[in-house]
Design a protein around this ligand. Sequence first.
Ligand SMILES: O=C(O)CCC(=O)C(=O)O
Length: 333
Amino acid sequence: MSRAADRLRLVMGHVDRSPSSITCEQTSAQAFTSNQPQRLRYSYDTGLLSPQQRLFYEENGFILVRNLVSDGDIERFRKEFERICRQEVKVPGLVVMRDVAIAKSEFVQDQKAVSKLQDFQEDPELFRYCSLPEILKYVECFTGPNIMAMHTMLINKPPDAGKKTSRHPLHQDLHYFPFRPTDRIVCAWTAMEKVTRQNGCLVVLPGTHKSTLQEHDYPEWEGGVNKMYHGVRNYDPDHPRVYVEMEKGDTVFFHPLLIHGSGMNQTKGFRKAISCHYASSDCYYIDVKGTTQENIENEVSQIAEKKYGMGDVSFMDTWAIRGRLVQGERISM
Ligand SMILES: O=C(O)CCC(=O)C(=O)O
């Protein structure tokens, strides 16, 4: 057995499981070099994640679970997306976003104009995604048993119109969230079709979840940048990158400090994914005034004032309005 496996037995023995129940193959856990027993900080043992998966998340800030969401469910989400684009259903609070280059070009109808649906918590069919037991059983490993669905998106990444605007700049999702603790927040992102580097899969900088929240702003891209797509200002351009290629139904769970983004869609098709950010319902809101998050707070509050038609909507309120309990009890969120 390798040194990493020996160490893993020790680590897990100090967490919450009998060391005898652990088997381990050589994994990236080998980069784990401390000689001190150490608690796993980023996940709980609910009996679902293997020791290898827990250590992988600990080190890298994400795990990929293959074939988690059924074709049947994905088809239903796709149909609902199309109904929304055809304006056959009106969903309260839903934000329909358009790619900056496509919105400026010739009039395009139907779903081709829509690059993202955001805040679909009032659409029962799409919101089913956030309550799928197969998703929640993984989410619970990161948030604990009381779970709020905080932020929902269906991303319809369009074929790039030649301006590279279909890219999503590298960022940390925590930039958008005025709640903590950070480690009790997780994103589930499910591919609704095969995603590859060609059509703009997620790209992640493994291990960056161990750093702190960095300053974000709009990147200075020649072709323009989509609304609210802030990018992290300083990151190491030489940091290793992982392109997360996925099949339909595969789901990646990732930490809100993990630096990630997605590349251009260089195909002629749309690349769809559905996602939800979850938080433990006993998270608490923080005041972001005077922090790096103040710029996004101001932008979101302005948009919210227009959207809800009233003044003085705080950043915190915009999240409290959108959050929905999906498991357990609502505590402080
Ligand atoms: O789906 C993508 O292309 C990237 C999504 C993403 O990172 C986000 O919306 O925060």
